[in-house]
Design a protein around this ligand. Structure first.
Ligand code: DGL
Length: 276
């Protein structure tokens, strides 16, 4: 049975872990929340790249892994190429905003993307937009993308600050709708381009309207991970889920209970200092 490490800047990657546990119930998981250093979205690519190298080095040293899932759009954008260079024999799966599924869903031709500033400003995001356009040129030409760097939202979700979550969803969601209106259209699909956001999808839907489809790639990432491992010999380990945090183990445990019904007491703090 494979052992898969999953990491994020904090509790957001639990949305990917949830999908992975459903898709691969026989696997063991090590989830690392880098909550001591969250959020990543405003830190800049160089810092995130270097921090992800530290995390991957720590995980591969302390656990016999069959795969690594970078359950963070910001970290994938900044670091996945380097991680694959440094760990060439380890399957490494990243998370990217679901632009392609959004393109297939839209009827109005106005698609919103909510993500961190790091993700939206990355070269990888620009390449993803270009790639989606090349694969489906007729569709892509008819579509306008509206992006919104949702400053503060991942942090509010990290802290489970419901008042701030509601205020920030209202602020960012309203701004996104206004962008589409200014371009003469109406959003009918919004991509959740940060793994924290699926946990506040209901609040986002209240702002945007329930007829706006929200796209989250957790299930697709889980399927892709299973297929990647189908052809690999695995290390045959236990099937438990281990929860680790560089910040508050209690906060990670509470989030894992709230969203995944995992026992809160199973979360442990780890010492993984940042040398940057
Ligand atoms: N959950 C992360 C993402 O998918 C990052 C949020 C943050 O740390 O800013 O982008």
């Amino acid at each position: 049975m494979p052992t898969i490490a999953v990491f994020d800047s904090g509790v957001g990657g639990l949305s990917v872990l949830k999908a992975l546990r459903t898709e691969m119930p026989e696997s063991g998981f090590v989830y690392l929340a880098d909550s001591g250093y969250a959020p990543y979205g405003e830190r800049g690519d160089a810092w995130v790249d270097a921090r992800c190298q530290e995390i991957a080095a720590w995980l591969t040293t302390h656990h016999a892994l069959d795969a690594l899932v970078v359950a963070c759009n910001t970290a994938t954008a900044a670091a996945i190429d380097r991680l694959r260079q440094l760990h060439p024999h380890l399957p490494i799966v990243g998370v990217e905003p679901g632009l392609k599924p959004a393109l297939a869903l839209t009827r109005s031709g106005h698609i919103g993307v909510m993500a961190t500033r790091g993700t939206l400003g990355s070269q990888r995001f620009a390449q993803l937009l270009g790639k989606v356009g090349r694969h489906t040129p007729q569709l892509a030409q008819a579509v306008q993308w509206h992006t919104r760097a949702c400053h503060g939202l991942a942090d509010a979700i990290e802290r489970h600050d419901t008042t701030r979550i509601r205020a920030l969803c209202a602020e960012h969601g309203t701004a996104l709708m206004a962008q589409a209106q200014a371009a003469g259209g109406r959003l009918d699909v919004v991509v959740l381009g940060c793994t924290h956001y699926p946990f506040v999808a209901d609040t986002i839907a209240q702002v945007l309207g329930t007829d706006v489809a929200l796209v989250d790639t957790g299930n697709a990432v889980a399927r892709h991970t299973r297929l990647r491992l189908a052809h690999c010999a695995t290390n045959a380990h236990a099937t438990a889920t281990t929860l680790l945090s560089t910040g508050s183990a209690q906060a990670l445990g509470e989030a894992a209970t709230r969203w995944l019904q995992l026992p809160a007491a199973s979360a442990q703090a780890v010492h993984l200092p940042c040398r940057l």
